[in-house]
Design a protein around this ligand. Structure first.
Ligand SMILES: [Zn+2]
Length: 315
């Protein structure tokens, strides 16, 4: 990384997947990348440039995922468990086509995470306006996540010799159990995870540093985050931070059963600025990905973080 910070945004209009054919009714905020770009353009009075990613290849996915598991994703009925559907999608021409399209969009969004990380290593700051599939395990899907974009990006960057030591800073409402499992015991990858104790997943994995906030401690959120991240960065010096910026702790998030933390927009702004500023002040490149967030309001949480990165970036 050279000394000057320059923010790179990564996005593609195809991030806005149509999930209706498979019967998926979860209120994902898949238009949030576009909404963030629109708001940035409205505020600055100019179109905001972004670069389009390339989809990850099967070879890339095999750096983390099991081949048999990847094959299983081609069959529509197997998406029942990914999205917790009441009924398994039938296997017919229409659903097989929908699954092929969905998988290609997920590979594209995951390629965006790799692209953002490469850009961050070069110029300090980058954001992929989507992805953040932190519940995906090496050999199974979980919590709406099938391909673990951050894990594959880390393994690909390491294989290419672009970085070695990586920290994941995950502030999504839910614990990033996929990443915790994939990187458990890996001395080169530190997983820092602050999440709601009572929220899904009921069975948490062990991250390098977990901060589980119980409902009666939610007023201590920022304090616990600050203490924890400083402790993590004293213990581990990363070449790169992946910032999994979930917006589902937002009080206006509409995800089913997401009644924990209930942070305000201002509290989330403070959270995200703290993570970004802490890394920038230490000279650590930051690649942000959006992660969890549901309903029509969560894009504002992401907008504030991307705007803050833009303010740090040289014109
Ligand atoms: Zn989440």
């Amino acid at each position: 990384m050279n000394g000057r910070l320059k923010l790179k945004l990564v996005y593609d209009p195809r991030y806005n997947s149509d999930l209706s054919v498979l019967g998926i009714k979860v209120p994902f905020a898949l238009d949030r990348g576009q909404r963030v770009l629109d708001e940035l353009a409205a505020k600055s009075g100019a179109t905001v440039p972004y670069c389009r990613p390339k989809p990850l290849t099967k070879r890339d996915l095999l750096l983390v995922h099991d081949e048999k598991y990847l094959e299983s994703l081609k069959h529509p009925p197997n998406w029942q468990s990914v999205f917790g559907l009441a009924k398994a999608p039938e296997s017919n021409e229409e659903t097989r086509k929908a699954v092929r399209k969905l998988l290609s969009e997920i590979r594209l969004k995951s390629g965006g995470t790799y692209r953002a990380a490469k850009a961050a290593l070069k110029s300090g700051l980058a954001a992929n306006l989507g992805a953040g599939y932190h519940h995906a395990f090496a050999d199974r899907a979980d919590g709406y996540c099938s391909i673990n974009d951050v894990a594959v990006a880390i393994r690909k960057l390491q294989a290419e010799g672009l970085c070695r030591k990586v920290m994941i800073v995950d502030v999504d409402l839910h614990q990033g159990n996929g990443n915790a499992s994939i990187f458990r015991g890996d001395p080169d990858v530190f997983t820092f995870d602050i999440h709601a104790l009572e929220a899904y997943p009921q069975k948490k994995e062990k991250s390098s540093l977990d901060i589980a906030i119980s409902d009666d401690e939610r007023h201590l959120y920022q304090e616990r985050l600050e203490e924890g991240l400083q402790k993590a960065l004293e213990a581990f010096s990363p070449d790169l931070v992946f910032f999994i910026q979930g917006s589902d702790p937002y009080v206006k998030d509409v995800g089913v059963g997401f009644r924990y933390l209930r942070l305000t927009l201002e509290q989330l702004k403070k959270r995200d600025q703290f993570v970004i500023d802490t890394c920038v002040n230490r000279g650590i490149p930051v690649a942000l990905v959006f992660a969890g967030g549901y309903g029509p309001n969560v894009w504002r949480v992401h907008y504030n973080a991307v705007q803050h990165m833009m303010d740090k970036s040289v014109a």
